[in-house]
Design a protein around this ligand. Structure first.
Ligand SMILES: Nc1ncnc2c1ncn2[C@@H]1O[C@H](COP(=O)(O)OP(=O)(O)OP(=O)(O)O)[C@@H](O)[C@H]1O
Ligand SMILES: [Mg+2]
Length: 287
């Protein structure tokens, strides 16, 4: 199935964010399509996390506009983003270690029951819904497990499952595969693919180009607060993306033999890593 859909879901138009004299985002134009995994890559300080904060309602832009399903919107906080259909997983999600998975999924959003609605927690409804969202991901995590028992990859899965409680149309993920092993990475990437098949869109910030090339439909390259490139993944290459990340616009401008050799060895390393991820993804999908 061709999941890439060219209908717009959301668009940032000339969005800027200033911190005093420092401009973290400079006139960013960013279309996000339906049923698309849109990756954001760039070096440290490029503005990726600032962009995530704007998309998720955590931070308001200093200028420009945000269009959600053809309507101009202002997203004043995370709750307003949830109400529109946007949910976010920030880097290093935090949990209550002494509580179980179901309780962590519903932290701050507990379901109540009975005459004293608001005072009595409905544990059985929360367990049922928790199982449903984990099933949507085909995850084998048990809702009664304590958070302490979970691996880093499983914790990331719980964070993604948490976003599904608000039935979002767009999930914004900041570095969801950072610090994960190849197997755990493949697990998280396969959940992302599954959610795209169910019709969701995702914005996926990552430092790991092989992860991006394995699952994303589009890759946006940022540098010093600007968008340097916006490519369909199938039409670009490691060479082009690395050149844009580092500010060398033409990949072939890297002419000296030493730089060329370094670039080739970097690209070969990324390609090897890419093969490993693809293989792990395939094993995960066959399991
Ligand atoms: N709260 C803040 N106050 C002042 N400057 C900030 C603030 N947050 C970010 N910046 C600056 O904005 C720029 C973009 O930062 P941002 O964190 O968005 O980059 P990034 O691409 O996420 O980098 P990294 O890969 O290191 O996470 C940087 O120059 C950073 O120093
Ligand atoms: Mg960041």
């Amino acid at each position: 199935m061709n999941v890439h859909d060219t209908r717009l879901l959301m668009e940032l138009q000339s969005v800027s964010v200033r911190f005093g004299i420092n401009e973290a985002l400079k006139n960013i134009d960013l279309p996000i399509h339906q049923h698309e995994i849109c990756a954001i890559v760039g070096d440290n300080g490029a503005g990726k996390s600032t962009l995530v904060k704007v998309l998720s309602g955590y931070m308001q832009p200093s200028g420009g506009s945000i269009v959600w399903k053809s309507q101009d919107v202002s997203i004043s906080n995370l709750r307003a983003a949830n109400a529109l259909g946007i949910a976010s997983v920030f880097q290093h999600p935090e949990f209550c270690e002494n509580l179980d998975v179901a309780a962590n999924l519903f932290l701050g959003k507990e379901i109540s029951k009975g005459r004293w609605k608001g005072f009595m927690r409905d544990d059985s409804a929360m367990y049922t819904r928790a199982k449903e969202v984990l099933n949507e991901l085909s995850s084998s995590i048990r809702v009664a497990s304590s958070m302490q028992e979970l691996s880093l990859g499983q914790r990331q899965t719980v964070a993604i499952a948490q976003t599904l409680l608000t039935s979002p149309e767009l999930i914004v993920l900041d570095e969801p595969t950072a610090m994960l092993s190849v197997i755990q990475t493949a697990e998280v990437l396969s959940y992302m693919k599954r959610l795209r098949e169910q019709g969701l869109s995702m914005v996926f910030v990552s430092h790991d180009l092989p992860d991006v090339f394995a699952v994303a439909d589009r890759v946006i390259v940022m540098r010093l607060g600007r968008v340097m490139g916006d490519h369909k993944v199938k039409d670009t290459s490691y060479e082009e993306v690395i050149a844009e990340i580092s500010g060398v616009i033409q990949p072939n401008d890297l002419t000296s033999a030493g730089v060329k050799a370094a670039r080739n060895s970097q690209v070969n390393r990324l390609r090897t890593q890419h093969k490993l991820i693809e293989r792990a993804l395939q094993m995960n999908e066959e399991a």
